[in-house]
Design a binder for this molecule. Sequence first.
Ligand code: MN
Length: 761
Amino acid sequence: MQKTAPNTHADSPKPNSAQLGSAPLLPADSEESALSIRLKQYLKPQDVEQVWSAYRFAFQAHEGVVRKTGEPYISHPVSVACVLADLHMDVPTILAALLHDVVEDTDVTTQEISEKFGPQVAELVDGVTKLDKIEFQSASVAQAENFRKMLLAMSQDVRVILVKLADRLHNMQTLEAMKPEKQKLIAQETLEIYAPIANRLGLNDIYQALEDLSFQYLYPMRYRAISKAILAARGNRKEVISKILDSIKQQLLTLNIEAEVSGREKHLYSIYKKMSGKTTTFSQIYDIYGFRVVVKDLPSCYLALGALHGLYKPIPSKFKDYIAIPKANGYQSLHTTLFGPFGTPIEVQIRSTEMHNIADAGVAAHWLYKSSDAQLTALQQQTHQWLQRLLEIQSESSDSLDFLEHLKIDLFPDEVYVFTPKGTILALPKGATAVDFAYAVHSDIGNSCVAVRINHELAPLRTELHNGDHVEIITGSLAKPNPAWLNYVVTGRARAHIRHFLKSQKSMESAQLGERMLNQALRALHVEPNQITDQQWQKLIRDYGLKKKSEILTDIGLGKRQNVMVAHQLLALGEVQEEPSEGTLGKFFGKIFGKSTKKPLDTITIRGSEGMAVQFAQCCRPIPGDPILGFINKDKGLVVHTHDCPAIRKFRLDPDKWLDVEWEPENQRLYKTNLNLTVANQPGMLAKIASGIADAGSNIDNVSVEEEDGSAYANLYFTVQVRDRVHLAELMRGLRKIPDVVRINRAKGNTTGNGTKKTSQ
Ligand code: MN
């Protein structure tokens, strides 16, 4: 049974420049194998035994599968395990490395791995398998950044990304057997996505190896040219480095400055980047020789700087004082570039032990202060420990400047990363819903969204999005933002757009109502609305200090101006005269001073479709059929009450505050109203009543129950939806027939003003 290996995996016949992990030549579980030697350095014998059992399991699962070069497939997971053993990763990580391809490439299930090696290992393998499935398409830099964040966010457990990086490293080391175009694709992805992640995690060796390998496949000619140049320059390089090291140490010692001095070397790709960025030639690259000096305190930094400037001449424009002016992430150091002994420029970083420690603790602090509740999950604490340990292991080669510059690295981000239908990645705050997504794409999409497909399945708009979700918004041409969205959107953008829409919607509705109110006031004065000229309107708008007619109409609808007053003022501004029977002026002043020469205005019909411009009072909850009154409230606009509502009793005497309104016949809307029931306190009553309400074709909007301990009776408060009084009467008749319903009545104008004493949600 010869199966073909997945084509991202290939083996090179000879190992190349980056030999981390190094391919095993012996059976991995034999004494002298590469993996065996590495494991014995830091694991207990029983742990090593556990690794071998996973090795045998993977060996069997991949048996018969051969990589492109003819090597058994198992060589790949073993090499991945070697890379991670070099980092002294824990046992579950090594097991996951050995098993990382079995779920994807063989019949083995995650369940089986969980049973054999524990849920932790299974989760790690599952995490790696999931990462393999998301594909990076877009080539833009911002997208690459989002994609990296998404990978990190999806990994959850930092060990998943470590296995993935080791996996990618070995695939890069064995890329030679692949077709050239495939090589280029994989190398590009490695350079854009995986190398930066390794860099952020402080995995310096892996980072540099990934970059150099990618460079080699993307630009083979340039790679060869620079390798050759390095090789030529390297002849006496070691000697040069140790000579410089010695002189620096000697100089500091002479001046009694305690210091630890170490050298560091730029890798091939970073030399290339410097060359291409600044149009410098290879020999001009300044920082091929790099050193770090760590001294005991801050003043010693400047002493050491002086000492070094005394030893070698500094290049003037190259000095940076990050102690006086720390970097945004808190990084402190002195950077200077010197003319070395053989004309070679050398770059030196000088910092105090404290700065060095704060740098590391800064990383720690980042993790520790990350969660605002100061409550870290066990996973976060572990992650912190792993990263600390990785840093310690790598302290020789790790450049903590690189690490710090990427301090913002976020394994537990406050953001989620999701795909748009076009494959673009959007970053949204954690907890963001489909509505937030819609507004993030475009305000028009947000304003007209009706539903969403998440990973190709329909879902409600309030659905919270998760990392890697593929989100597609469905819009409707008549759809409008819903005030309820404000309860769950988390982005300011969505909130602002919804609010803005609702506000303009309200003023539009108010303007329409205001126009009807004004027209009726005009007709009461025997003037047809179209007799009012533009000129009259313009004058009035100017007199009021406003800009648009609609503002006046909105004010009327909202109760901020009286329709009668506006009508009279309009007339006073024009040639259009009222009926001559009464003097215009007399009537005008009569109105103003409340003399009751006023004959009642025509009534406003309530259609129920006025939206937010008309409100139905919650105290009495009027329904069609009830005699009603319109009450002009300065904040709420027109509020409709029943005639007998106790809440408005005191205003009845003040006719200017209220308006005659009536129901428009034939209106099919449902209205909320309140019912109080007293029932025998026994199980199942609520259900019986609820089904009685449903039988009458009504809906329950709200219900609350009040029962006294030991009482034989309970009070139920319902808010139900009915068409009108007839409908309500039918409903109540039906409910009365239910045995044990003692009393039922419509609740109107309770002292609390909202009809029910107690409401549930
Ligand atoms: Mn693999």
